[in-house]
Design a protein around this ligand. Structure first.
Ligand code: ADP
Ligand code: MG
Length: 566
């Protein structure tokens, strides 16, 4: 029989852990509770069932007089997020430097979750009037399935407290901490100012946009710093960094062109992650995009549920209807059309597209094909971008080959050796000299956001046995109830923690689905609640990071079982 959990001093915890040395692993359950150190409280909130299971959940609390973080460091939402991000990274580094305690399974692992350079709210760290809280996991050490109680005692009562010291304000590198806080606040500020300047994005001159590799988020060493065209140079005021200069991309239709390998995709990728603040030193911390920008793309094989595709796809053979189109296996063009319609439904003011991942037949159809193919079922995007603009949605499109777009572009950027030049005037001249002869489509179906109401029973997080089962597999996949949810094409998911949070939010959202609420409303409400109540209220896991409603919608839309009410 395991006695009930104990609360007490850190010394009590030490004795308790030493006393379970050599016992069966479940004896660690007695360590659950709150343990007071000299100037902190260590909570053991959950004890793993065995050494191979997900490590135990711990929480460190420091009172305001102990942590010493000045109020100005967390007096606004952006500052609080910047401070917490900095402290969590500081804590992570300190934990990584602790002596490694070995053993079987996950013994001795100390897991602090910050998995990307973006600065967002994370469940791992919070500050409020009560104090500073850090949440993390520890693999309680074992030999086989027996407690290594002495090692556990050393880890929790000697090593870890040294890491706790590092997050006290008196011990942190304050200059660096302030740079984190001020950069975060300024990115937030710039993002909020973009619209006032008629812009959808800003890239500061000198930014380092390319990454080391497709799988790395580290800046590429030796990369050529970004330099925008003089004609698009804007000077924006910041709160802490004076005036910053760089390229302002105006609202409207922007085409980014240039030869292969000249940096087009690199620019677009920087823009797609510009919706989130980045940590100082990332190289992209001054690349800022409107907060609701959505990267849309083709995704062969994805499921589509009840989306009105008529603005792009209509009059299919065999009278197949596209007013509420569903498929378990979408093509390149249908998946792109669905992604656009779903982005409008979730709410966006900027679509980002890259020819590398967009089905050509949905992007454009040239004069020759217009002539040859009479029964066309697709209205390409080129005939819709102006309407999008009337709906308040700008487009930034990367294309090296789609010359027809020169007719509809408000701004044309040419990437040349990683430098951006403005070539709108030359593009107009070329377009006038070489008319394409393309007929402008006169689409039957007006383009507007449509709103679907999901059937709650169609995306149940419970398995057949009635148990809720949500598991994240890497950053790109979630097991949701009995279903596998693939998120590899949801490119703006920037952090494993966001994927985790999306799993939890989908379940929460499902419980609020009542047959009257629309997708847009559901996803925005879910994220707003997470912001108001804290991620930890959604699911008590230290890994969670705040996602955007746009990514939550993308996840919902990719659930294969999703059904829509008529
Ligand atoms: P495009 O889309 O025009 O074909 P990419 O954006 O894919 O080109 O870039 C091609 C290569 O150039 C990539 O390997 C990228 O890392 C590299 N690159 C991009 N920008 C820079 C830069 N500013 N300095 C150095 N290398 C860069
Ligand atoms: Mg490319």
């Amino acid at each position: 029989m395991i006695p009930p959990s104990g609360d007490g001093s850190l010394g009590d915890l030490r004795r308790l852990l030493q006393s379970v040395d050599g016992q069966g692993y479940r004896a660690y359950k007695r360590a659950k509770g709150a343990w007071r150190g000299d100037d902190f409280t260590l909570h053991i909130d959950h004890v793993q069932g065995d050494p191979f299971a997900t490590p135990s959940k711990l929480r460190l609390c420091l009172s305001p007089d102990v942590h010493g973080i000045p109020d100005e460091a967390w007096s606004t939402a952006a500052r609080r997020i910047g401070s917490c991000d900095f402290l969590l990274r500081t804590f992570k580094r300190a934990c990584e430097a602790l002596p490694r305690v070995g053993g079987s399974g996950k013994s001795g692992l100390v897991l602090v979750s910050v998995d990307s350079p973006i600065v967002v709210e994370r469940a791992g760290c919070s500050i409020d009037a009560e104090g500073l809280t850090l949440r993390f996991r520890v693999g309680l050490p074992a030999a086989g399935r027996r407690c290594l109680g002495r090692s556990a005692a050393d880890l929790l009562t000697q090593h870890l407290p040294r890491a706790f010291e590092t997050v006290r304000w008196g011990h942190v590198d304050q200059e660096l901490a302030w740079s984190w806080i001020r950069t975060t606040e300024d990115q937030d500020h710039l993002q909020a100012c973009l619209a006032d300047h008629g812009l959808v994005a800003f890239v500061r001159d000198g930014s380092i946009l390319p990454r080391k590799s497709g799988v790395s988020s580290d800046p590429l060493a030796g990369a050529l710093p970004f330099e925008g065209p003089p004609e698009l140079r804007v000077t924006l005021g910041t709160l802490h960094h004076g005036e910053v200069e760089g390229m302002g991309i105006p609202a409207g239709v922007t085409v980014v062109t240039g030869g292969g390998f000249h940096g087009k995709t690199t620019l677009l990728e920087a823009l797609q992650f510009g919706v989130f603040p980045h940590a100082p030193g990332d190289g992209r911390e001054w690349t800022v995009t409107v907060a609701d920008a959505v990267k849309v793309r083709s995704e062969d094989g994805r499921a589509v549920s009840g989306v009105d595709l008529r603005p792009f796809i209509h009059d299919l053979p065999l009278a197949r209807d596209t007013v509420s189109f569903s498929t378990a296996d979408a093509s390149g063009s249908t998946s792109l059309a669905a992604d656009i319609m779903e982005a409008l439904e979730a709410g966006t003011s900027l679509l980002l597209m890259d020819e590398d991942t967009c089905a050509t037949n949905l992007m454009v159809r040239d004069a020759r094909m217009q002539e040859l193919v009479e029964r066309e079922t697709i209205t390409p995007l080129i005939d819709r971008v102006q309407e999008l603009l009337e709906l308040g949605v700008s487009t930034i499109l990367v294309t090296g080959g789609g010359g027809d777009y020169l007719d509809v572009a408000d701004t044309v950027l040419l990437m040349e050796e990683y430098r951006a030049r403005l070539v709108t005037e030359s593009a107009r001249r070329v377009a006038a000299q070489h008319p394409t002869g393309r007929r402008i489509g006169e689409p039957d179906h007006p383009l507007r956001a449509t709103h679907r109401i999901p059937r709650p029973e169609s995306f149940d997080p419970r398995r057949r046995d009635g148990k809720i089962a949500i598991k994240t597999r890497g950053a790109d996949a979630i097991q949701f109830g009995g279903a596998e949810l693939e998120l590899g094409a949801v490119e703006q998911l920037a952090d494993y923690g966001q994927t985790r949070a999306i799993g939890a939010l989908l379940a929460e959202l499902q419980s609020r689905c009542d047959g009257t609420k629309r997708v847009g409303e559901l996803v925005h409400d879910a994220v707003r609640r997470a912001r108001e109540e804290g991620l930890i209220a959604i699911e008590p896991s230290p890994e969670l990071a705040m996602p955007r409603p746009q990514e939550l919608a993308k996840a919902l839309n990719r659930l294969r079982s999703l059904r829509i009410l008529p």
